[in-house]
Design a protein around this ligand. Sequence first.
Ligand code: BES
Ligand code: MN
Ligand code: ZN
Length: 508
Amino acid sequence: MKFSIKSVNPEKQRSACLVVGIFEPRRLTDAAKAMDKLAEGYISTLLRNGDMEGKAGTTLMLHKVPNTLCERILLVGLGKEKELGDKEYRDSIRAAFKVLNGTGAADAAVFLNDVSVNNRDIAWKVSQTAIVAMESIYRFDQLKSKAEEKKPHLRKVTLGVLNGLQPELAAGEEALQQGLAIADGMKLAKDLGNLAPNLCTPTYLAEQARDIAKAHKLKVTVLEQKDMEKLGMGALLAVARGSRQPAKLIALEYWGGAEKEKPVVLVGKGITFDTGGISLKPAAEMDEMKYDMCGAASVLGTLTAVAKLGLPVNLIGIIPTTENMPGGNATRPGDVITSMSGQTIEILNTDAEGRLILCDALTYAERYQPEAIVDIATLTGACVIALGHVASGLLSNDDGLAAELLGAAERAADPAWRLPLWDEYQEQLKSNFADMANIGGRAAGTITAACFLSRFTKKYRWAHLDIAGTAWKSGKEKGATGRPIPLLTQFIIGRALKTSPADLKRND
Ligand code: BES
Ligand code: MN
Ligand code: ZN
C-alpha cells in the first residue's frame, strides 16, 4: 500500500473512495460538511433519516453520491466530539480500513485528520493513521498451503489535509515517513514472532540479522558458542545446554550519528522457544512460548525503522538467542554457574532463563561504552498479572532515562508503566551457595527479575522493558503485536531531535 499526504479540499479530490468522519449524534466534520454541500444535502438527509448515528467504530458506505468526483464515500463514526481520544481515533481508523480492504476500491482519499483528538497534533494523527492502516492489512499466511482470502484491492491511500499550511504539511510528511517506518518494523517483528518455533531458531534469527544488515548497511557480528565460551558467557550457555540448536549472540551496529557520540544499546531477549527446561512448563498454551523471542524481534524491527529513516544517531542492537529445552545435557535446578561478569549464579529454576541470557548480553554491551542501554524481554508472567495486556513494565536505574521512555510511550500511544527497583527487593535474590539465585520467590516477580538484571548494569544508565503482556495476543486473535517498536522508535526519534523529554510532549 502506497501512502501520500496532500493539501486538498475533499470536494476537489478524485478517488475510488473518499473517507470522512461523522460525530455522534449525527454531526458532520468539516470534510463531511464540504461533501454534503457539494451533494446538496445528500449526507445530512441520510443522517436525519437515522441511517447513521456517528457512534465510534461504525461505518456507512455510500455509492455514487450526486455531484461528487468520487465513486464512493465512506462515512466513519467518530463518537462524541468531546470524547474523541487516542483509543477512539485509532478504533475509527481501524474500522475505516477494515471496510476499505473489503471493497473493490483501488485507491482511497482519507480525510480524518481535521478533527481534534485530545491535544494530539497533525503529525501524531498522520503517523497513527499509517500504522493502524498497515496493521489492518497484516496477515500471516506464509505457512498456509493455499491463500485463505483474497488480497485487498486497495493500493493507494491519500491522506488529505484540509486547508493545509506549508509547515503543517511538512510535519505531516515527516510523520508519515515515521509511521510507515514503524509499521515496517512492526511487520518484521510480527512475522518473526508468529513464525513456528521449528523454523524461527537462533540460526534463523542470525540469518535474518545478516539480511537486515545487508539491506540497510549495518555492521553485523554473530558470535558462535565457541566464541561465547571464550568470553566466559556461562549464564547464556547454561540455558543453551539443553537444546540441539546452537545458541548465538547477534550484534547489529548502526552508526548514523557523530563519531564521538556514545551509542544507545538495545538488548532483546531471543528465546526462540521456552519449554521451561528441566523446570518444565505445564502443557496449556505452551505453544505461545514461541513468542519468547519478541524482545529480539523488537530490536530488529526498531533498527530497521531507524536505519530506514536514516536518523542521526548511533544505535546498537544485541540479541542473545537460544532455545530453553530439557535435553539430557540441560542445566539442573541447583547448578551454580559463572556469568561473564564473574558473578556466580545458583540456578534454582531453569524457567527463569531470560535473565540468564540477558545478563551476559548486558555485560557484553559494556564494550560499546553505551550512553544508555534498554533491554526488552518477555521476562515474567508476573508482569501480565500486574499490568495485563495494556502497558509494558518499565524498570530503570535512572530517573531521566525512565522519564524519556515514558514520554516516548505516551507520544507513540504504546503505553508503559514504571515499577520500583528499590534495594529492599534485592534481598529476595539471596543464595546460600552463590552470589545470587536466579529467582526471588512469588512476590513481586517482575521487580525481582529486574533486580537480577540490575546487578549487571551498574556501570551505565539502564532501563528494562518487560513485554510479557504486550508482545502478543492470545486466544482467537492469537498473534504478535509488534510492540514495543512504536515506543522504541519514538524514543530514538526523540534522541535524534536532541530535545529534552519535556519538549517531546504533545505540543498543540
Ligand atoms: N518467558 C517466560 C515469561 C512468560 C510467561 C511470558 C508467560 C509470558 C507469559 C519466562 O522465561 C518465565 O518462564 N518466567 C518465569 C519466572 C519464574 C520461574 C521466576 C515466570 O514468569 O513464571
Ligand atoms: Mn522461562
Ligand atoms: Zn522465557
